[in-house]
Design a protein around this ligand. Sequence first.
Ligand code: C2E
Ligand code: CA
Ligand code: CA
Ligand code: CA
Length: 278
Amino acid sequence: ALQTGDNTYVFYEKEIKENYFNNLKLETELRSALEKNELSLVYQPQVQVGTRAIFASEALLRWHNGNLGQISPDQFIPVAESTELIIPIGNWVLEEAIKQNKKWLDRTNKKNVVAVNLSPIQFKKSDLPQIIETLLKKYEMPAELLEVEITEGILVENMEGARSQLEKIKALGVKVAIDDFGTGYSSLKYLRNFNFDRLKIDREFIKDYPANDNGKIAKAILNLAKQMDLKVIAEGVETIEQFEFMKENGCDEVQGYYFHKPLSVDDFEKLITEKVSE
Ligand code: C2E
Ligand code: CA
Ligand code: CA
Ligand code: CA
């Protein structure tokens, strides 16, 4: 194939090699990201559909590296997961978000929930509930102001293990959301077997509405969630049409550029100080 003028194979191999070296480079730099203080969190407001009040934010990880510049979490989280670096990084995210949310609570007197993404690898570790409990105590952060977001992937491998882990986290008073709903597999089974507080509809089912998507899947997910007594939040709402669609179809909450992009600590605080968000 190499000699016949068909470059596909050559190109593919080159790409694999480039990916390999890029990931090695990422891994090397990521190993020192924590100690070099290169990680930070931004917070994307979550808004109640009826009142448009902010009631929560999702903490989203950012990495700025001296050599590589800004790297998106979609790029470096998989590298962190393949090297177990996700454990110290994930613990850092939990601590930072809890510490920050307690600061906002004290400074603004507004009870906003902070939602933290958990990697499957982090979720599986048996000491996770203990770590969360210790952090909540350390910062005197009310447990009900913390939510963890998990994806279906977490529940697939070991359903019983996942269920008992979830119950331990819930027993602390922490809320649990199922993230990226509809993009994984056997979604319905997991809805039945796990006691979630909130379901996040993936942007996938919103992004092309109304031009290239009639919204039927989003509607079906909303109906299903209602049947199961779950609060539903739609992520990735970018336009007024998408917002109106969610409103008309009984979606409780939205998160997306239509209202707010992810914000710095200061900008989020300004926003919740200006707006009535009780
Ligand atoms: P996710 O959990 O699905 O987070 C939502 C992503 O959608 C965020 O991307 C957010 O900035 C983006 N987004 C929100 N609203 C809109 C919108 O209206 N339009 C568009 N186009 N995008 C929107 P981000 O911050 O780049 O994060 C990407 C993914 O990286 C996250 O997806 C999550 O899977 C992962 N991630 C981010 N922070 C963490 C973390 O602390 N821990 C772990 N384990 N994963 C994280
Ligand atoms: Ca998320
Ligand atoms: Ca999501
Ligand atoms: Ca998503």
